[in-house]
Design a protein around this ligand. Structure first.
Ligand SMILES: [Zn+2]
Ligand SMILES: [Zn+2]
Length: 367
């Protein structure tokens, strides 16, 4: 067993964004966390800004507690879960455990499983009951809006291959989630597949679904720019619900039956209703969206009228290796998805850019 091993020049202090309460995120100087037993320290190369980070910043009750919900966030904390970095310190045992060496580039899955709950023990680690995710729980899973990030001993770390395009490495996490949603759709060659919502996740889903070679791949969004991008990334048909009756269009294209698979990634209630309308009987409906408020739909469509197979999708179980492989070999492209890199100090500008969503798709903070 090796003892702790570290690169020269790891400082004692680092700059980091520390979140205290909604709207109160500060740039501070904090201690660099040392890598203990089976822990790893990364020097952060970049960290993507996720819609979830914005939810945290704006004080979502499902994160901070309230409206009868317990707090999931543990403040103060350092945000950021879509990160990549270079190994600068290997705690005792971590070299053997992860096959990592100093200087390697690596990523860590967003969830840090507890390893002890029923789900972790049964292998369903992404549903860990404790559910610590980088960038939401201070101390136990501080994130990477910082110069360094510590990977706790139960983390799921992956080494990046030599020559991996680091420019898109912060996209590995969203792509892992996108691949999982597509796998949940169980796409067959003869399927007409609709993907609704072309944010960073939806654009990854389009590309992952493309690799499944369905009969027809349709992308839906209200933004023309994103529809055009989805088209270049593999969607045969793009539809804008602001401009046409997309339910009618999909029904017309399928002899009146409807699509076989519908993946909802728009986060908008209209996308749910539209999906239930355009999907065929016995179709597979994958729900990926995170909604601000409860959504009302006609549940009798799911049972009585269509006997749908409704499947949830959460995080990225077992999909990091595929995400890394596809970005590395270029079968999935993210150079037009990772649109902006901003210095860490400008995190508020980054939040703003993501919120507007006009010019940006994925914004990456670089410490
Ligand atoms: Zn994310
Ligand atoms: Zn667990």
């Amino acid at each position: 067993m090796s003892v702790s091993n570290s690169s020269a020049g790891v400082p004692k202090k680092m700059k980091a964004v520390v979140a205290y309460k909604p709207g109160d995120y500060r740039m501070e100087e904090v201690d660099v966390p040392p890598a203990g037993f089976e822990e790893v320290l990364l020097k952060v190369g970049g960290c993507g800004v996720c819609a979830g980070d914005l939810k945290g910043f704006h004080g979502a009750p499902s994160f901070w507690g309230g409206n009868g919900q317990p707090a999931w966030i543990k403040a103060p904390f350092i945000p950021g879960h879509e990160f990549y970095g270079q190994v600068v310190e290997l705690g005792e045992g971590s070299e053997e455990k992860y096959g990592l060496s100093l200087g390697d580039w690596a990523v860590s899955e967003q969830i840090v499983p507890c390893g002890k709950c029923r789900f972790c023990i049964e292998g369903d680690y992404w549903m860990c009951e404790v559910h610590n995710i980088y960038g939401f729980q201070g101390k136990v899973a501080d994130g990477a809006y910082a110069e360094y990030v510590k990977l706790p001993r139960t983390a799921r770390n992956h080494k990046l291959p030599q020559g991996f395009p680091l420019k898109v490495a912060a996209y590995i996490e969203p792509l892992g989630c996108a691949i999982h949603a597509v796998e949940r759709g169980d796409i067959q060659f003869n399927d007409v597949v609709v993907i609704a919502g072309l944010g960073p996740l939806g654009l990854g889903m389009v590309q992952a679904a493309r690799l499944k070679n369905p009969k027809m791949l349709i992308a839906v969004d209200v933004k023309e720019k994103r529809l055009n991008l989805a088209h270049t990334l593999g969607a045969e048909l793009t539809l804008n619900p602001m401009k046409e009756d997309v339910v009618k269009k999909v029904k017309d294209l399928t002899g009146g039956y409807g699509c076989d698979v519908y993946i909802q990634a728009s986060g908008h209630p209209a996308g749910t209703i539209q999906g239930l309308q355009m999907i065929r009987k016995l179709g597979r409906y994958v729900e990926f969206s995170v909604y601000n408020d409860p959504v009302t739909v006609d549940w009798s469509i799911i049972g009585d009228r269509k006997e749908l197979d409704v499947r949830g999708a959460h995080l990225s179980p077992h999909t990091y290796p595929s995400a890394i492989r596809f970005l590395n070999d270029g079968r999935i492209k993210a150079d037009h998805i990772v649109t902006h890199e901003l210095p860490l100090e400008k995190f508020l500008d980054a939040f703003h850019l993501v919120e507007k969503g006009e010019e940006s798709i994925k914004v990456v903070l670089v410490p």
